[in-house]
Design a protein around this ligand. Structure first.
Ligand code: SF4
Ligand code: SF4
Length: 423
């Protein structure tokens, strides 16, 4: 990635510290990803994106900015990309998934904050991530307490817009979310200088629906007994989907899916027959958090589905494309986004239904409920999740972890024991 040094300098990044990250990432990726056997050829694109992760997409974003486009950084799957795209803006996900950024976040946040928030704040304040430097505006949301307070700190440094997400799903909450989306649209229009029309919003809804369909197609392939792709590879596609161009992302995912479907027909699996199938549920796994997938898939099991924001919550449910007025489209967006089941809602029984449904659809042998340390919401909901699974007779293992490697061996022991118990 050395070709991008001047770009990073111009972005005001701390090059010395950033170099340390550039040195460890390729080794980590090689150990976790390139050591896998019989990977689909379609993964070459996604490998390439990772190898140039702080170079190629940031330079595309900078080119777009030169042409007048604005870049919006987001942190949650409730923020509707469609609105930004309708105003000719670009969305990039900003959630931090590396321990590298955590100490930077701890300079201003309590240690007892979840690592995802600490890493995101650290990446900005330490000036070691180009995406955080490039985004013209950050879009936060009122989901969990840690994030709400982090927005205040980030807002001192960069323009910050916050969407007020309801925490219940009554009719009036959906109505309120539609109004909140409309208010966001007005802000985006003002910030970009571009009007959002039913035509541009309709086109943006279609674009994102196509991306959702492509990702859903990849997950459909993972339901097969013949597993054409590892959980690690599928996770990588999901993680990159948050910041790649949505049209290209759909194209490349569909290309990968052509190969996966052919593999299923030809009986080509990346795991031996009888490998135990695991559904992961819980907090998101932002790039480059590959820790648990790696442990599971080197402990004799395969991850076949993630009921997570870096998983099914990102693509399930399409937005109704038949609306022809902005009002109708904002409501269609609100209805789709409010079908997502995050633990910040109460009650959140829809998530339990999703997990039980997915356990069947993906033919899983067991479920691992994984929570990022200090995420009170998912930790507390773990009680209901694990109770429902036990009642349904589905083996479940609850895990709490962070971005460090200090618990890796202990986790491996627990996962191995769980997989053995499934046998
Ligand atoms: S877990 Fe909840 S708050 Fe976090 S990204 Fe997902 S929907 Fe947003
Ligand atoms: S993992 Fe939990 S604490 Fe962390 S950002 Fe998501 S909802 Fe908030």
């Amino acid at each position: 990635m050395s070709d991008y040094v001047q770009m990073w300098k111009d972005l005001g990044m701390d090059l010395e510290t950033h170099d340390n990250l550039c040195q460890v990432l390729p080794t980590a990726f090689g150990d976790v990803y390139l050591s896998q056997e019989n990977r689909p050829e379609g993964m070459n694109f996604w490998d390439f994106v990772v190898s140039e992760i702080h170079g190629i997409r940031p330079s595309e974003l900078l080119e777009a900015q030169k042409k007048g486009q604005k870049v919006f950084g987001t942190f949650c799957v409730y923020v509707p990309d469609e609105v930004v795209i309708a105003a000719n803006g670009i969305v990039t996900g900003l959630c931090g998934g590396s321990q590298f950024w955590v100490p930077g976040g701890e300079k201003v946040l309590p240690k007892s904050t979840c690592p995802l928030i600490k890493a995101s704040v650290g990446a900005r304040l330490d000036r070691t991530c180009p995406f955080f430097r490039i985004a013209d505006m950050y879009v936060g949301e009122t989901t969990c307490d840690g994030k709400k307070k982090a927005w205040e700190i980030l807002g001192e440094d960069v323009p910050m817009y916050i969407m007020d997400l309801p925490q219940m799903k009554r009719e009036k909450d959906i109505q309120k979310w539609a109004e909140e989306i409309a208010a966001f649209a007005r802000k985006v229009e003002e910030f970009t200088g571009n009007a959002i029309t039913p035509e541009t919003l309709g086109a943006a809804i279609h674009t994102i629906n196509e991306k959702r369909k492509a990702l859903a197609r990849m997950y459909e392939a993972r339901k097969s007994k013949v597993l054409p792709i590892s959980g690690k590879d599928a996770l990588l596609v999901m993680q990159i989907a948050f910041f790649d161009d949505p049209v290209r992302c759909a194209q490349m995912t569909n290309k990968l899916c052509d190969e996966l479907e052919q593999r299923i027909q030809d009986g080509v699996s990346v795991f031996p027959a009888g490998t135990k199938r695991i559904l992961l549920t819980g907090t998101p796994l932002a790039i480059p958090n590959w820790k648990l997938h790696h442990i599971i898939e080197t402990s004799g099991a395969a991850v076949v589905c993630e009921e997570m924001c870096t998983g099914t919550r990102y693509f399930e449910n399409l937005v109704d494309e038949s609306q022809t007025t902005l009002e109708g489209q904002f409501m269609a967006l609100a209805q789709r986004y409010m079908k997502t089941n995050c633990a910040c809602f109460t009650p959140n029984t829809g998530r339990i239904d999703d997990i039980l449904r997915m356990a069947k659809e993906y033919q899983v042998d067991g479920v691992i409920d994984v929570n990022l340390k200090f995420c009170c919401l998912y930790d507390t909901e773990g009680y209901t999740v694990e109770k429902a699974l036990k009642e349904a007779g589905i083996p479940v293992l609850g895990i709490e972890t962070d971005y460090t490697d200090t618990d890796a061996e202990q986790l491996r022991t627990r996962v191995e024991a769980f997989v053995e118990m499934l046998g």
